[in-house]
Every structure is written in structure tokens, then in C-alpha cells.
Ligand binder design. Structure first.
Ligand code: BG6
Length: 454
């Protein structure tokens, strides 16, 4: 076997994730010249002929801008194998079809991932096999822990890649550069100087035909439980001494272990809402409950907010407000660090009415600083001022960056098992309060900024 030979075995190859994220992400990676020696095998229970599969792979890779030799080689060599992954024989057949190092990508719903992992326990895995799992990882803390135990029977933790594509976003990673390579910023990023931190993911996108998944997840699980908490862990972590996987993931885990709902009172410190009919970006949208596949009784929220405390020496007392929602008026994905008011504004200097803020825009990728100056209009009147700079998207798309880690055996950008469990532990009290009806489900017209009163 040539050292560079690898096979990406996609379980759930005919699904939405493979088409929308995985293959386009791979396309971006191939376009950047990575992925030499890689072959792709797609599998699912559906019947699909080879020509049709190849066409799908070509289209999805092209959606990630892949062209040229590497992409053509992948399209030429890719195969589709119809299989039932609940059957050991089928799983063996799939593994036997792989060449070189095997990378099993579970593009499957959590329950099916669990079944497939159990079957893998009965089948001998080739040495060095890597396992890749998309979110949601489990359905609660207990199931995530159980899945971790199961995976640990298959391969060592360093060969398990729990994907969170936000960890591949260059601006998210830039949080580390911004915090730890600037003498000016790091000392003030602590409770003594920071009033609050907001992590906002407002999307204009709505359900986009994903009821099958989203209606069981909702905004809290879809975004906050995974992406927002990962971002929080980077914003709040202590400086790791290296950017090695162990140091970075230890530092993130420490923050998440210290995080909990503010005052341990989810009824008071969480909110939820669901969109009704409206217009977003000129598109008329039906009410969420009228979308195909939505089940009314599930009371799924499309907008969620939760306030968390991070109980560390650095951050105790600072509220971290996490909000994520769909079908909103404006797309806004950013971290906003709001500083405390100055201890004293000299009397005679008037007009101070807003604190300074550091903004880390995640899409578009910008860093902004809102601060106060005096003198532009009248020398003794405060005049808020914004400095903003685009930092440019990274050379790889986010999903491509995460996949690069998988292909190269670098787990730095994937979520460690203990962290996945912590993220569930943090949101579980909120989910319970919502189930118990302690937090009303409000509504907002699609295309509005947010519900009245938020
Ligand atoms: C996905 C969620 O993980 O992230 C989607 O399932 C969401 O609901 C998407 O739209 C947002 O990602 P991005 O990269 O568009 O900010």
C-alpha cells in the first residue's frame, strides 16, 4: 500500500449532508491541491447506478470549485456500493472495497450512526482507520457519552473526528491570533474590563427543506449546542502554550466544564421563538409550522437565546449571551465583546452614551472596534467611531479545512469526546425548562429583526 493511499468511505452518501457540505468541502480541498491519493466510496441503502453517482460527485465537487487533475481522478475512481450498514456482512464488504487508509464518514442521523458503530464493533477495522462524525453528536449528554464509549472500542480518541465546520472558519481560528498575539487586547479580555459577550448567529436562511433533521433539533441544538459553544470556548479559553491538538482541546474543555446557564435558572435566562409567514430578502416564506415535514406538537424553535456564566477566574460575573435564529431580516454572525464603561469620564467631556466594543465578524470576516473619540464635531463632545478591517476568508472553505485535518490526521479542528458531552450538559437544563413549558414559545414574522420585546 502506498503511504498516500486513502479511501473516504461515505455512509449516507445519497443524503443532504454529503451533497451540501461534505463533497463541496472536499472539492475546495482538492482545488487547493490537497487529497492526493484519495479515493471516495459512497454507500447507502438506496439503489443508484455508477454513472449517476459519478455525476453527483462531479457536481458536488464542482460546487466546491474543484477542477483539474485531483478532482478528475476522484470522479474517475469513485464508486457507489449499495449496502445496509445494519448488517455485518455489508459493512465488511464496504471495508474490503477500501484501499489504503480507511476514513469512515458517518453522514447519518444520530440513531443510524449508533447502529453503524455497533456493527463496526463486530467487524475488524483496518489499522489506522479514522472515524468522522457530523453533529448532532448523540441526542443528549448520556447518549453522547455512550457513543464515545462505543467509538473508544473501535479506535483511539485521536482517530475520532467530530466535525464542527465553524472550527474550520478562518475568522473563528483568528480568535486565537487576535487574543493571544496582541499585547494590547489580551490584558483587557477579562471580567475586570468586559461587561458582556454576545455570540450571535442570525441567518436569513430558513428551513430550506430540512424539516426531517431540523424539526427535531431546533435552533438551540442545531447552532448553540454545537457551533456557538465551540466559538465561546475559543473566546473564553486561557492561552494554550502551543497550538497542538492536546493543548488547544484541553483549554477549550476547561472553559466548557466551567460553563452553565446563568444563575442556573433556564426559565429566566433563555428565550425561544418560531417564525411565522413573512418575506426575507424578497422571498415570501410560509410560517414555519406550514413548512413541509414540520410537526406542530414538537414546538420546534427557530430562534433561541441563552445566557451562560463561565465560572473561571477570568470570566466569573460576565454574561455570555448566545443567540441563533433563522429567517431573520439581516444575516449577522459575530462575536461582540462589550467593555465596561470607563471608571470615570472627566467632567466637561459630554455625550458618553455607549461603551467600546470589539466585534469579530464571522461572515463576512471582519474585525471591528467601536470606540469613543472626542473632537470630530466638537472637541468636548464624545463621538462614537468605528474602525473596521476585513481579514479575508481563508484559502480553504470551512468544511474543507476540517476535512484537511481528517485526511492529514490532525484532530485539532475536531471536537473531543469529553467536550461533546459538556456541550449537551450545558444546554440540557434549557431543553428541560422548554419541555416543561416554563419558557413561552414566542413568534416573529419571517424577515423581522426579532420578536417584539427581545
Ligand atoms: C449548520 C446548520 O451546521 O450550520 C445550519 O445545521 C446552518 O442550520 C449552518 O444554516 C450555518 O453555517 P454557515 O457556515 O452558513 O454559517
Amino acid at each position: 500500500m502506498s503511504a498516500a493511499e486513502q479511501t473516504l468511505l461515505i455512509l449516507g452518501a445519497t443524503g443532504d449532508l454529503t451533497k451540501r457540505l461534505l463533497l463541496p468541502g472536499l472539492g475546495g480541498l482538492l482545488a487547493a491541491g490537497h487529497g492526493e491519493g484519495l479515493s471516495v466510496i459512497g454507500s447507502s441503502r438506496a439503489e443508484l447506478d455508477q454513472a449517476r453517482w459519478r455525476e453527483r460527485v462531479a457536481d458536488s465537487l464542482a460546487a466546491g470549485n474543484a477542477r483539474g487533475g485531483q478532482a478528475e481522478a476522484v470522479v474517475r475512481s469513485t464508486r457507489y456500493i449499495q449496502a445496509d450498514i445494519a448488517r455485518e456482512d455489508d459493512m465488511r464488504r464496504l471495508l474490503n472495497a477500501c484501499r489504503g487508509q480507511v476514513i469512515v464518514f458517518f453522514a447519518l442521523a444520530p440513531a443510524v450512526t449508533l447502529t453503524a458503530s455497533k456493527v463496526l464493533c463486530e467487524v475488524e477495522l483496518p489499522p489506522g482507520t479514522r472515524l468522522v462524525l457530523e453533529k448532532p453528536f448523540g441526542t443528549d449528554a448520556a447518549s453522547a457519552a455512550a457513543l464515545n464509549d462505543l467509538l473508544a472500542r473501535l479506535v483511539p480518541e485521536d482517530q475520532v473526528y467530530r466535525v464542527d465546520h465553524y472550527l474550520g472558519m478562518s475568522t473563528v481560528l483568528n480568535i486565537l491570533g487576535l487574543r493571544f498575539a496582541n499585547r494590547m487586547l489580551e490584558p483587557v479580555l477579562r471580567a475586570e474590563h468586559v461587561e458582556s459577550v454576545d455570540i450571535v448567529f442570525d441567518e436569513t436562511l430558513a428551513l430550506e427543506g430540512r424539516a426531517g433533521y431540523y424539526d427535531r433539533a431546533g435552533a438551540l441544538i442545531d447552532m448553540i449546542q454545537s457551533h456557538s459553544l465551540q466559538v465561546l470556548s475559543l473566546v473564553a479559553m486561557e492561552a494554550p502554550s502551543t497550538l497542538g491538538a492536546r493543548d488547544v482541546r484541553d483549554a477549550k474543555a476547561q472553559v466548557l466544564r466551567a460553563s452553565r446557564v446563568w444563575d442556573d435558572d433556564p426559565a429566566r435566562w433563555s428565550r425561544r421563538a418560531r417564525y411565522t409567514a413573512g418575506v426575507v430578502d424578497g422571498r415570501r416564506l410560509p410560517s414555519y409550522v406550514d413548512e413541509e415535514g414540520v410537526v406542530l406538537d414538537r414546538d420546534t424553535e427557530t430562534l433561541a437565546e441563552v445566557v451562560l456564566a463561565v465560572d473561571t477566574w477570568r470570566w466569573a460575573g460576565v454574561p455570555f449571551r448566545l443567540r441563533a435564529g433563522k429567517a431573520l431580516r439581516t444575516q449577522r454572525k459575530e462575536v461582540v465583546i462589550t467593555f465596561r464603561a470607563p471608571r470615570w469620564v472627566p467632567s466637561g467631556l459630554t455625550g458618553y452614551d455607549q461603551p467600546d466594543r470589539l466585534r469579530i465578524g464571522l461572515d463576512p470576516d471582519v474585525i471591528g472596534l467601536d470606540f469613543n473619540v472626542s473632537g470630530r464635531g466638537h472637541p468636548l463632545v464624545i463621538d462614537p467611531f468605528t474602525l473596521e478591517a476585513g481579514v479575508g476568508a481563508g484559502h480553504l472553505p470551512a468544511y474543507g479545512a476540517v476535512l484537511k485535518g481528517v485526511l492529514e490526521g490532525d484532530p485539532r479542528l475536531s471536537v473531543r469526546g469529553d467536550t461533546a458531552v459538556e456541550c449537551w450538559r450545558i444546554v440540557e437544563p434549557v431543553l428541560k425548562a422548554w419541555r416543561d413549558g416554563s419558557v413561552p414559545l414566542e413568534d416573529y414574522p419571517a424577515g423581522s429583526a426579532r420578536p417584539a420585546g427581545w
